[in-house]
Design a protein around this ligand. Sequence first.
Ligand SMILES: [Zn+2]
Length: 415
Amino acid sequence: MTIRINADQIIDTFIRYTTINTTSVPDNNQLPSCENQYKLAQLVVSEFSNVNTVETSINANAITVLSLAANSPEMPSIAFFAHLDTAPDNANDTHAVRVKNYDGKNIVLPATGEEITVEAFPELLNYVGQDIITTDGTSLLGADDKAAIAAAVEAIRYMVANPEFKHGDIKLVLLPDEEIGIRGAKALNVAQLNADFGICLDCCGIGEYVIENWYAGSAKMTFKGVTAHPMSAKGKLVNAVLIANEVINALPENERPELTEGREGYFWVNKITGNTVNATLEIALRDFKIEGYQSRKALLQSITEQLQSRYGHENITLELSDTYDNVKAGLDKKPEIIASVQQAMRNLSIEPKPLIMRGGYDGSVITPAGLPTVNIFTGAHNFHSTKEFLPAESLRLASEMLLEIVALSAQEVPA
Ligand SMILES: [Zn+2]
């Protein structure tokens, strides 16, 4: 195996990107939800300002495209995707720490004394002798998803520096606000990319890749009651809070996030506000099968109709919206994508670990929009936590994966 990506260089690139705080802001409806997502996009673009084979653009939504023209136009056009924002679970600035030559013991995060323990995270032992990037304990690391940006940037740098390496049109697309409803991917003009397939790097440890995720949507219900002074309320008062409670009671008892796993779907009642006059209820719906997802929507519809017939049509509303789809249907149409991911891993001596994801990623929006997009590892662990960590060798291999998949795209990889 030829080593194409330099570990020190990719770590430096990654750490440089972590210094810009791109925490997304759920309550801000602007896209991007924070200005620093532009700043990060500009930093990445600026690193290619002297490279005349790479064209760059950043639009008003911070959607950023770096395009490297094909040197072998007969080869497929591939789009790499990474998201600019980091999860709102912790908004502090990131101070990355490089633990050199990891010794197999608990890692102490220097600013807080908090520990990433081997007991809680035995996968640490897979990385003994390697460098591991953590934070100082006061923030997320943001390897989700800046590790992906670094991996894709270094893969493009390699292709620029090695013109004998054959490739089709290559694009790196940086998307804002994945963490708060995959908003950036929804604003992306997928057809304009003119790509044959896509690769997101937005998950998990080395070797892992997503073959399936679930259908996701949300429901917002509103209830209007009738006020009356409680001393003379009999026969008059209609309590909106209790109508909301009727909905909760009508949902299947065992289909909740805390009671489900694997391929099981759920209703997640995640917000209730109100008083006796007005109440609102928000429910997230998840299911791996389209029929299951549709029947969840149908159940809410029928609960709504029953309540409307009792309390008046105008007093009960239901608004359903789809958030993202299971990528399986789209990926199944092009089995050569998963086949080449697996072959790339074998070529790099990485054990392939297919995953079913109880969540979504940019590809869950991009795939149904017409561009089948798989999700492969960045190598990071403990996303959205101050204990997030990134083994340097895994990141280097994530970048190598991209080059390997490009190289394999010259030939038909049998599924
Ligand atoms: Zn992510």
